[in-house]
Design a protein around this ligand. Structure first.
Ligand SMILES: Cc1cc2nc3c(=O)[nH]c(=O)nc-3n(C[C@H](O)[C@H](O)[C@H](O)COP(=O)(O)OP(=O)(O)OC[C@H]3O[C@@H](n4cnc5c(N)ncnc54)[C@H](O)[C@@H]3O)c2cc1C
Length: 408
């Protein structure tokens, strides 16, 4: 890592969360000649194996694993604390026997994906950025940007003006960079909060992820490698507030009931945290010499565990478009490259956002003909091998037009 005494880069990334850091690592790893700068004003606490499980975890798809591998970060993550899951069981109502279960075996894969702490992913990516000689990591916010015909000039904290061929906004759902570059968003609040905690259950999880749909929102059990479980319980704002107030015993009982005691009683819980949930998408992903990735471009409900996985696919697609242009001696920040990236990712992300939103809405309706139709659909999907395979491969990030670095 250099400490940026020079001011010119090929690529400047505003935001060193999981997505922005992955883009920096992937581009700098795949092309040692390309100069990359990541701006991150709030360096995270380093992850330590001595720490309790982080409350923020992500179900990382096989495609995301490939992106992290090509970015040079997966081997560190895998050497620390990851939890492969090989089955997923989803149900609604009071009959867990009437469920939809998918397994990695059906598609000949060792697992469907891994549960990984967000702080571990970020630590691995930061370590990688620090070891790459062509990457700079600056603890500064992006404060201004001005696109000229041949370059974009960026103002960052105490570092003054820096020029690059392309600026990328990876600064999350509230992206200041997106606003600065004049890109609009549409979105809506789910009027829900996701309550997260790490729990222990009476029965072993056997590497299975569980999700039960309830009228207030779904509760997910994500299996951890030490036998614990990370829960994500999306609930109405009032009910989430009540859950946050409960003492430990009552909270564990509430989680047990909500999961229909699928793994028996809850015998331990960590402290809890709650996150407001909304859907949001940028109406355009690009402006002159500027592109959006990750939550800055799209924010989806966590019920399908797709948010950061979509972000990693953005990373792989943008890196491919950018580096192909560099290899061919073309300008990697010109409008042709940016159009190609936007065409590639915007439709796929919108389709996933709509699908996730639709599933959430569908499961909220408890009366009338819809619940019957829903159960019929679930039964049909349960019995149709081809449809099942397509569904599983999509969830693993292996459907659609897959960028080359999202393939192992
Ligand atoms: C409860 C919950 C559960 C989830 N579970 C899953 C899951 O299982 N699987 C999954 O795929 N997704 C999941 N997600 C979604 C996932 O967490 C997000 O999609 C992901 O964290 C977004 O990463 P990001 O890097 O795009 O944005 P962020 O994590 O928001 O990072 C943005 C970064 O930009 C920095 N920044 C801000 N302003 C500036 C500036 N002006 N200049 C420079 N930098 C700036 C910030 O400090 C931050 O580090 C979940 C989300 C929630 C809420």
């Amino acid at each position: 890592m250099t400490t940026a005494s020079h001011s010119d880069f090929d690529l400047i990334i505003a935001g060193g969360g999981m997505v922005g850091s992955a883009l920096g690592c992937l581009v700098a790893s795949q092309s040692p000649a390309v100069r990359v700068c990541v701006l991150e004003p709030h360096p995270p606490q380093p992850w330590s194996p001595e720490d309790a499980w982080g409350l923020r975890v992500s179900a990382i798809s096989r495609a995301s694993q490939a992106v992290l591998k090509h970015a040079g970060a997966w081997s560190f993550i895998a050497s620390q604390r990851i939890s492969g899951y090989s089955r997923m069981t989803v149900w609604e109502g009071d009959n867990p026997a009437r469920n939809l279960t998918f397994s990695a075996e059906e598609v000949g894969a060792p697992e469907l994906g891994h549960i990984v702490e967000n702080s571990l992913v970020q630590s691995a990516l930061r370590r990688r950025l620090e070891e790459l000689p062509n990457a700079s990591l600056l603890a500064a916010p992006l404060e201004g940007a001005d696109a000229a015909p041949d370059e974009v000039v960026v103002m960052a904290g105490g570092y003054g003006a820096m020029a690059a061929k392309l600026l990328v906004g990876a600064d999350g759902a509230g992206s200041a960079t997106r606003n600065m570059m004049g890109l609009d968003t549409r979105g809506w609040s789910y009027r829900q909060r996701a309550v997260v905690a790490t729990i222990r259950t009476e029965l072993p999880h056997e590497d299975t992820a569980f999700q039960r749909f309830l009228p207030g929102g779904p509760i997910a059990f994500l299996p951890l490698c030490d036998g614990g479980i990370s829960i994500v319980w999306s609930n109405t704002e009032d009910d989430a507030a009540r859950l946050m107030e409960l003492d430990e015993a009552d909270f564990m009982l509430a989680v047990g009931k909500a999961s229909d005691f699928v793994l028996g009683e809850i015998i331990h819980t960590s402290p809890r945290a709650a996150f407001p949930l909304r859907a949001q998408y940028a109406t355009r992903y690009t402006a002159p010499r500027f592109a959006l990735v990750g939550d800055a471009a799209h924010t989806v409900h966590p019920l399908a565990g797709q948010g950061v996985n979509l972000g990693f696919l953005d990373v792989a697609a943008l890196a491919q478009v950018f580096l192909d242009a560099m290899d061919q001696g073309r300008d990697p920040g010109d409008s042709g490259c940016l159009r190609k990236y936007e065409r590639w990712r915007k439709g796929e992300n919108l389709a996933m956002l709509a699908a996730v939103d639709g599933i959430g809405r569908m499961y909220k309706i408890g009366t009338g003909p819809l619940p019957l139709l829903r159960r019929l659909g679930v039964d049909l999907l349960g019995r149709a091998p081809l449809a099942r395979e397509i569904f599983i491969r999509r969830a693993m990030g292996l459907g659609g037009d897959i960028p080359r670095w999202a393939i192992d």
